[in-house]
Every structure is written in structure tokens, then in C-alpha cells.
Design a protein around this ligand. Structure first.
Ligand SMILES: [Zn+2]
Length: 442
């Protein structure tokens, strides 16, 4: 489900942070130490013919949906502006009341409603395809209810951000990009902190992993101990993903008091304890290597640059097209749409940067995970490679994704390259150098 609007932009930023370890999407900066499989050798990740066709078809659909979503997102804002719809919405909001709160929230509601309707065909088709290809088992009622909750959250928090934005724009017409960035980052920090406690439970059920899987927790504590850190069992959660999807996943989320590891129940049902240990080891890598704070910092800087460019872009556009769009100045409610248009263009072009950064973290976590299970599972290389095989098969991942698509849209290295790396990565042999663990500990 795509959500839009300024708040959504920030919420998306929040959503992007929890690192989804196993997700099918992703391509790679070719990791070092991987040799292309030669000759007849079976690749580390492959699909049987009947699955391969479906995987290629489904990957194609997702890529097209992704591209169409970005393109349509920008185009619809442009259309709303040039057809005068934005000006009409602004008039409706201003005519309703003199109170700025009423105006701001009315305009936000109208904009959110119209963009939600315009996005609906793609959203519906995305969910339809996920069901057809066996990725989703969520009924349409439940899907609609999730969409309604997203809408409501976006309206409330988006409305508040819009009020704040316009207050800052009025107070500091020249430097609002910086003065809005400060509270926006604060908002993101609070949102990331409370997301696992307040937001996530609105969409999925969570319970302590220990409750249903005490033996697994014991096993995972072995991996934790090997990492020389502590993740108490009450920071390990089981998410009942199987009510909605069939794919496997685990992730680390929150920070400080809300930091936790979440394992999807699908992973536990379909993977072996060894494979779960590897998946968990990967997540522990994110946890130990402080990937969440690093990502927040990285995205924070990027957001500052985007806000600055956004402020320049909005002036330029209003100067040239403001009269035609009937939006006289940047403190007009309609300017919000101009800003969103500029930000959506910027965020599309920054996608490769954000995803490239994410792929670096994912690769680090893969290395960490494989080193972490050394001495705990019999053959870490095989276990890691099998985990990727399983993840790819469950998510119908194309073994040979388009390189440009990978570069632009993949937040994780491709499953094929991750599997190939895992199969070859053995730092424990004579002359090898483990990256995160000391030789001889096992
Ligand atoms: Zn990850």
C-alpha cells in the first residue's frame, strides 16, 4: 500500500528504516570474494522451471508497478495543479473557516482523499497480483481495513506536519527548509522509536518469541552470546505474518528502549532452526553494527538536502507557473502540492543513493550473520546459501533481475548474489580473515 503526502513521505522514511532482511527485492554491489559460477556448476540460487516462469512474471509485475507508481505519483500532482483542482481545494478549505487549523486539515484531507482514489487502481492491482502469485493470503476486507488505518494515521500526523510546515514558512520564508527540517527529524526519531510499540501492532499481531518457541529462543541466545552482546529474550518478538503473507522475513526495529528483533512466524514454520539462526544472525548484525542510527543519520542529511532543493524548486515553479496554477505564494495551502511534486521528483532520483547505502548494510549483515553462526551450525556456508534459496523461492524472486532495476530499486543485494557470496564465503580457512569475529574463538 503506497501512502502519499508530506507525512507519508516522512512515514515512508520511517517505514524504510526497519531492515527487512530477507526480502526478495534487491541487487548487489558485487560482493568481494565471489567468483562467477563456472561451466555446468549449478548457481547458488536457482528455481525449478515451473517456478522460474512465475518468478519472472511476478518480478516484472512488481517492477512495472513500482515504476508506474512513481511516475503516476508525480504526474497526478502535476495534473491536479494544472487542471486547477489544487486551487479549488484550497478555495474550499479557505471558504470553510477562517481558522487556520480547520483550513490546514481540510486541505490535507481533500488532497489525501483524491490521491488515494487516484492511486487505488495500482494499489488494487498490486494486491491482486500478490494474491494470484501466492504471496499474499490477506482477504480484501482486511486489506481495506489496513488501508483505512493508514489513511487515518496519515491524515492525523500529516495534518500536524502540514500545520507545522506552514507555520515555519510564514515565520521564516527564506530558511524554512532548515527550520522545518529540525522538527521533521525529531518527528522521525519519535516515530521510529514508537513504531514497534504503537504503529506496528495496529497492522500485525506480535507476541514474545519465548511464549511459543522457547527452544528457538535458547538457540538464538547461543548466537547472541557468540556476538558478545546481550539481546534479552523479551526483546525477541514473533510476528504473525502468516495471516497476511506467505513470505519469510525478520527485522530489527526501534532504538534504545524500543529496539527489538522481530521474526515472522512464516520463517519459523518453513525454515530449519539452522536457517533461522542465520537469518537471526543477519538481523543481529544490523543490531550490533548500529545500522538503524546510521541510516537515520544518512537519511537525515539527505532529507536536509532535499528540503533545501525543495525550497528552491517551489520558488522557481511558483515564479513560472504560480499564476497559471492560481497559487500566488509559498504560504498558500496549494503550495503544499508543489512542494510534494518537487520532493517526489527528488526522492525518485535519490532512490539509487538510498538503496545503494542500504545494500552496503545488507551485505555487512550477511557477512556478520554467517560469521555469527560459525561453531553453532555445522556448515555456515551451506546453511546461509540454503536460507537464500528458501527466501528466494518463497518470494518468487527472479534469479536474473535486470541490472538497472537492481541498481535503482533494490534495497538488498539480489538473492542470487547473496547466495553466491554465502556459498563461497569461508573466512575460517587458513589465511582467511573474519570481518567481525576473532579467529580461534571456535
Ligand atoms: Zn537486513
Amino acid at each position: 500500500m503506497r501512502i502519499r503526502g508530506l507525512a507519508c513521505l516522512l512515514l515512508l522514511l520511517v517505514c524504510a528504516v526497519p531492515c527487512v532482511s530477507a526480502q526478495s527485492s534487491s541487487e548487489a554491489s558485487p560482493p568481494q570474494q565471489v567468483q562467477p559460477s563456472s561451466g555446468q556448476e549449478k548457481p547458488a540460487y536457482s528455481l525449478p522451471p515451473e517456478k522460474l516462469g512465475r518468478a519472472i512474471a511476478y518480478s516484472r509485475i512488481r517492477v512495472l508497478l513500482d515504476l508506474a507508481g512513481s511516475g503516476w505519483g508525480m504526474l497526478q500532482l502535476l495534473l491536479l495543479l494544472s487542471l486547477g483542482v489544487v486551487a479549488k481545494m484550497r478555495n474550499a478549505a479557505v471558504d470553510l473557516s477562517k481558522n487556520r487549523w480547520v483550513q490546514g486539515f481540510t486541505f490535507t484531507l481533500l488532497l489525501l482523499a483524491i490521491t488515494t482514489v487516484l492511486d487505488l487502481p495500482l494499489d488494487l492491482y498490486g494486491q491482486h497480483a500478490a494474491r494470484v502469485y501466492g504471496q499474499s493470503v490477506q482477504g480484501w476486507g482486511s486489506w481495506a481495513w489496513d488501508a483505512a488505518k493508514s489513511f487515518l494515521l496519515t491524515f492525523v500526523f500529516g495534518g500536524l506536519l502540514v500545520m507545522l510546515l506552514f507555520w515555519v514558512i510564514r515565520k521564516s520564508p527564506d530558511r524554512w527548509w532548515f527550520w522545518f527540517w529540525v522538527p521533521a527529524m525529531l518527528f522521525v526519531l519519535v516515530a521510529v522509536f514508537v513504531a514497534p510499540v504503537i504503529l506496528d501492532p495496529l497492522f500485525n499481531k506480535f507476541e514474545p518469541l519465548e511464549k511459543t518457541n522457547p527452544a528457538l529462543v535458547e538457540r538464538l541466545e547461543q548466537v547472541v552470546a557468540r556476538g558478545g552482546i546481550t539481546i534479552p529474550p523479551d526483546r525477541m518478538f514473533l510476528m504473525k505474518a502468516s495471516e497476511k503473507v506467505t513470505t519469510l522475513n525478520a527485522y530489527v526495529t526501534g532504538y534504545g528502549a524500543s529496539k527489538r528483533v522481530v521474526v515472522w512466524d512464516n520463517s519459523i514454520n518453513k525454515a530449519t532452526p539452522d536457517e533461522i539462526s542465520f537469518i537471526f544472525g543477519h538481523e543481529m548484525g544490523h543490531y550490533v553494527l548500529n545500522h538503524i542510527p546510521a541510516t537515520l543519520l544518512f537519511l537525515g542529511v539527505l532529507l536536509l538536502v532535499e528540503f533545501y532543493l525543495g525550497s528552491r524548486g517551489i520558488r522557481w515553479l511558483l515564479h513560472r507557473l504560480g499564476p497559471r496554477w492560481k497559487i500566488p505564494s509559498q504560504d498558500d495551502w496549494g503550495a503544499l502540492v508543489v512542494l510534494l511534486l518537487v520532493l517526489s521528483v527528488l526522492s525518485f532520483f535519490s532512490e539509487p543513493i538510498v538503496n545503494g547505502y542500504s545494500r552496503l548494510h545488507e551485505h555487512e549483515a550477511d557477512v556478520y550473520g554467517q560469521e555469527a553462526i560459525h561453531g553453532i551450525v555445522e556448515d555456515p556456508q551451506k546453511v546461509a546459501q540454503q536460507s537464500f534459496q528458501l527466501l528466494g523461492e518463497m518470494s518468487l524472486t527472479d534469479p536474473n533481475p535486470n541490472p538497472l532495476v537492481e541498481f535503482w530499486t533494490f534495497s538488498h543485494p539480489s538473492v542470487a548474489s547473496r547466495a553466491a557470496f554465502a556459498a563461497k564465503y569461508n573466512p575460517w580457512i587458513e589465511g582467511g580473515h573474519p570481518k567481525y569475529f576473532v579467529r580461534g574463538t571456535h
